[in-house]
Design a protein around this ligand. Structure first.
Ligand code: ZN
Length: 346
């Protein structure tokens, strides 16, 4: 099928052009007309650098992996979705027979095909064919824009699950980017009583503080360790989420955690970073790592349907599909007030 798509031709070169994509509708697949696609930091990273770690763009690749749309066609064996359903899609499809999948760790399947991770095309195009099992109906009160936020929110929910939050826990989130903010919301939904969030950009911190019992800490002006210490009687946070992934954020996470606490590594450092083993040992910290998520879209949609979580304030900038390249240039130099850029195909 020939369709117009946003194609990353090579590093720093995007074009909106026709491309042939061969996707056959299998018995357990649906064809979805794409409505809204969120621009993710990883899309922007491929645009700017042409690679993320071992994933290198060698052939022209369609970008985008945070999508919502409408079912236009269903395969003969589809039972849970029908034409006209509003849906969002989980962008990674594992090999059902793979060892990781059978262990319940399908996000770690080496053979997973994940949108806009080379060599797999993404979803910034009018149509995709996707398995029914990885396509989720949106509740009536959840917009397409919110539907396209489920994917990044899933990262925060997976991190919150790994942290094994208990009711009333105090959490710290390092970094108030989209994933940091979504993780703060996931931590509150998971039972945290209070969340501290750090950043160096005042407008982002102000927005984060408006989302719930979230205390902003501008680390240019204040010390996170002191703020957390004051709030917890010198004890520390039960859980620390590192949504920064820079040299130094690891030490900050260890420093803010209480004895016996947990730190969850979400942000991906661009190169190996130092890790102070003894500092973690003397607190017997539990260290968790995450890679994407596994089967949390239904949880995200459940929280959104009941308005336990409202992601709408995080959708700050919208572009038409025809202006996709402008959207990527905008997202490459984000304004301090901007959190999530979305592209609407309408
Ligand atoms: Zn993403």
């Amino acid at each position: 099928m020939t369709m117009q798509a946003l194609v990353l031709e090579k590093t720093r070169t995007l074009s909106l052009r026709d491309i042939v994509i061969d996707e056959r509708l299998g018995a357990r697949d649906v064809r979805v007309r794409i409505h809204t696609v969120g621009v993710c930091g990883s899309d922007v990273h491929y645009y700017q650098h042409g690679a993320i770690g071992p994933f290198v763009v060698r052939e022209p690749m369609v970008l985008g992996h945070e999508a919502a749309g409408v079912v236009e066609e269903v395969g003969s064996g589809v039972t849970t979705l029908k034409v006209g359903d509003r849906v969002c899609m989980e962008p990674g499809v594992p090999d059902p027979h793979g060892r990781a999948t059978r262990l319940g760790l399908y996000n770690l399947d080496p053979a997973i095909r994940f949108w806009a991770t080379p060599p797999v095309h993404g979803c910034l195009r009018p149509y995709v064919v996707h398995p029914e099992a990885f396509t989720f109906r949106l509740p009536d009160n959840v917009s397409f824009g919110e539907g396209a936020m489920v994917e990044p929110f899933a990262v925060g929910l997976h991190a919150a699950s790994k942290a094994r939050i208990k009711p009333g826990d105090v959490a710290v989130v390092l970094g108030a980017g989209p994933i940091g903010m979504l993780t703060a919301l996931a931590a509150l939904a998971g039972g945290c009583g209070r969340v501290f969030i750090t950043d160096v950009k005042a407008p982002k911190l102000a927005l984060a503080a408006s989302l719930g019992p979230i205390t902003p800490v501008n680390v240019l002006e204040a010390s996170l360790a002191q703020e957390v210490s004051r709030a917890t009687g010198g004890w520390g946070a039960d859980v620390v989420f590192d949504a920064v992934g820079l040299p130094g954020s690891c030490a900050e996470a260890i420093g803010a955690a209480r004895p016996g606490g947990c730190i969850v590594m979400i942000g991906m450092p661009g190169a190996p970073v130092p890790f102070d083993v003894v500092a973690a040992q003397v607190k017997e910290l539990r260290i968790e790592t995450i890679f994407r998520y596994a089967h949390v879209f239904p949880r995200a949609l459940s929280l959104m349907e009941g308005r336990r979580v409202d992601l709408r304030p995080l959708i700050t900038d919208r572009f038409a599909f025809a202006d996709s390249i402008a959207a990527f240039d905008f997202a490459s130099a984000m304004k301090p007030m901007s959190v999530k850029v979305q592209i609407e195909l309408g």
